[in-house]
Design a binder for this molecule. Sequence first.
Ligand code: BEZ
Length: 217
Amino acid sequence: MYTPATQPSPCASLRIGDAAPDFEARSTVGPVRLSAFRGRWLVLFSHPADFTPVCTTEFVALAREAAAFEARDCALMALSVDSLFAHFAWLRMIRDRYGVEVRFPIIEDPTLVIARGFGMVAAQDNDSAAVRSTFFIDPKGIIRAMTCYPANLGRSIPEMLRILEGLQAADTSGALAPANWQPGEPLLEAPRHDLDAVFDAEEATAWFIRPVGGTPE
Ligand code: BEZ
């Protein structure tokens, strides 16, 4: 049953365009510092808890696609309230049961200090089981996109990749990624701002819907 929030929701504190708050933490691959990822893209995401069904499917799917993120110069980093040793035990279980090794770092955030800083949990929440937050952080450390899913809906890994690829393509070209855009498809040029362009356009949408690029099939 859906219960409306009576307090400020998680995912409400940071905005697109903000600098990602820096932190240092223990992780499954040793100590990590967010700012050490500058120069690369980073997908930082929270999960409600280790050893839970939906989270397990997300980690298996992400580990299987890790090379696709790597190929786009993007690191992955996960975070939950669980201890490092819980993370280790869960990753071992995932490896033995599903045959995939999760090699990207999983941070332990027992005091929720990182989760609170990113608005992954509401300030007054005592556990992190509420949401699946995802932050797409660019090579300058700026948050470029965010998603927030509930505990009972797993994220789409193809959509996470598409968000990354869309942001990268838009940055490279200065153009815009339309609805349902997929890599290789045309982007859209930014709309014109002058009335002559509006009236001179060959047809009614040609001044503001202008496909550009794309890979011929
Ligand atoms: C899950 O990942 O399956 C899950 C996480 C938190 C609460 C319920 C389910």
